[in-house]
Design a protein around this ligand. Structure first.
Ligand code: TMP
Length: 213
């Protein structure tokens, strides 16, 4: 596999979608062949799963284990249909969320077994890890208030209690501390131009070390 998998992670409203788009434009202008994708919902099947996972249905709650398995199913399809083929074609993939989201949300947020989550992540990805993960670090409250300011209402996960979102944030902090070579923290509370310049600096550094390999 010659391509690279770059993942953007963070709590709700951390700005990853905007930053990914800016990054994509920057990379393309430098002649890099980029693919943008996301989880859940990076495939046609995944779009159905995304709707099931995120639409609010008070009378039909999704069991926590079912939620975990649906994210894993979305990932297995995404890896097989999009990530592996594009990496084999040498593409530079920018992916909105990946395995760390499951650790942060279903592991830290829901409190599900990390053993089961790690096993499912392994099964769904066939061992495919990100080459680099950018964690946009924003307080859970700040991120959620950004989301509340948007026209579309909050989805099923965004509507969780603030304590849930704080646990997710804590999960990202612990993940980043435990894997500093793979996960880079970027202060997502700064203005979007500064955040983008910081991300570009990290990527420039990585690109030059990958080119030397
Ligand atoms: P977003 O990608 O638009 O931020 O929305 C995806 C939502 O799904 C977000 O609330 C995080 C959540 N999620 C999980 O709970 N577990 C996962 O494994 C993934 C990929 C996302």
């Amino acid at each position: 596999m010659n391509g690279k998998l770059i993942v953007f992670e963070g709590v709700e409203g951390c700005g990853k979608t905007t930053q990914m788009q800016l990054c994509c434009q920057w990379l393309q202008s430098a002649g890099v062949s980029v693919v943008m994708t996301r989880e859940p919902g990076g495939t046609e099947l995944g779009l159905h799963l995304r709707r099931l996972l995120l639409e609010k249905s008070d009378n039909k709650p999704i069991a926590e284990l079912t939620e975990l398995l649906l994210y894993a199913a979305d990932r297995a399809q995404h890896v097989a249909q999009e990530l592996k083929p594009n990496l084999a074609r040498g593409k530079f993939i920018l992916c909105d969320r990946y395995t760390d989201s499951t650790i942060a949300y279903q592991g830290y947020g829901r409190g599900l077994s990390m053993d089961i989550i790690n096993q499912l992540n392994d099964i769904a990805t066939g061992g495919l890890e990100s080459d680099l993960t950018i964690w946009l670090d924003v307080d859970a409250e700040v991120g959620l208030s950004r989301k509340r300011g948007e026209e579309v209402g909050l989805d099923r996960i965004e509507q969780e209690a603030i304590a849930f979102h704080r646990r997710v944030q804590q999960g990202y902090a612990e993940l980043a501390a435990s894997q500093p070579a793979r996960i880079f923290r970027v202060d997502g509370s700064l203005d979007k131009e500064t955040v983008q310049l910081t991300i570009q600096e990290i990527l420039r550094d990585r690109l030059s070390s990958w080119n030397k390999i």
